[in-house]
Ligand binder design. Sequence first.
Ligand code: ASP
Length: 341
Amino acid sequence: MARASVLLIYTGGTIGMKTDLRTGVLTPFDFNGIYDEFPSLKQLEVDIEVLPFVPIDSSNATLSLCVRLAEIIRDAYDRFDGFVVLHGTDTMSYTSSALSFMLMNLNKPVVFTGSQIPIGVLRTDGRENLITAIEIAAAKHATGEAMVPEVCLYFQNRLFRANRTKKLSAEELNAFVSYNYPPLAEVGVNIHYRLDSIRRWGEGPFGIDTRLGCEVMIVKIFPGLTECVFRSMLAAKGLQGVVLETYGSGNAPTYPWFLETLKETIDRGVCVMNVTQCANGMVDMEMYETGLRLQEIGVVSGRDITTEASVMKMMWLLGQNLDPACFVKLLQHSLRGEISE
Ligand code: ASP
């Protein structure tokens, strides 16, 4: 089989730093010199082309970063077998979720990764994350088809469907979880791909759709939330969608002012989606009265979707200019495996 080729897109984050041996200060790592820094990469038999951005801390990530990444992948699609995106860990689940919706009929791997310790620090986790992400992006079946034709996130020996992930730890190297969907691959001595969990989303020609509706917010409820604060949040001008982070299996207060405020918001044409604050498990609005009341006023169930994927999905669907019934239907329907049906 011909040598595989991978485009390595470096956007910033901790992974891109190294210690200046003279001063002891962290400075940006030049990924153009990747083979000099990691000669062992040559053993992979993969041609790597590097596309460096002016690096950003991913706390500064915006939707234009997502659009730019989608356009880069579109423009380079035919020249590469796979793509690796190096990204800060803080918002990696958001950016990668957005990409999963923007890339249509993907049949090549797009693997996001990063690290908790800079790549140029001796004890780094970035070296293994980077090398294995490249290997996964280049992996093919004997037929020549990509092993993982999905937007995925590789971190600490596990490959996840990106739109199922959350950053759970600011400290542990094992920083990401996907509680509601199994890993797409597990890495030990060998890489074990779980072929029964990997999917290709769409059969048509590859393309991108980067239209977004951005007037969306996440509202996390908590005991003590006041009517005044809640009303003023939902009164935001131009608001199109709300991801409501509720308790447990989708429960929220039944105070009249709370339900009235939500109902008025929904009647104004704003979509409200119920997502659980729990990292694991799903919304079931028919389990308790506190959930049922939300369903009665038109709150849409997010079932087991993550907050990160739900906000990106909502923005992407808002960009599609759908009629309200179709919008709500697609919100609850799996587009890229982000929600269990
Ligand atoms: N603040 C950094 C970022 O998200 C953290 C990291 O990369 O791990 O860009």
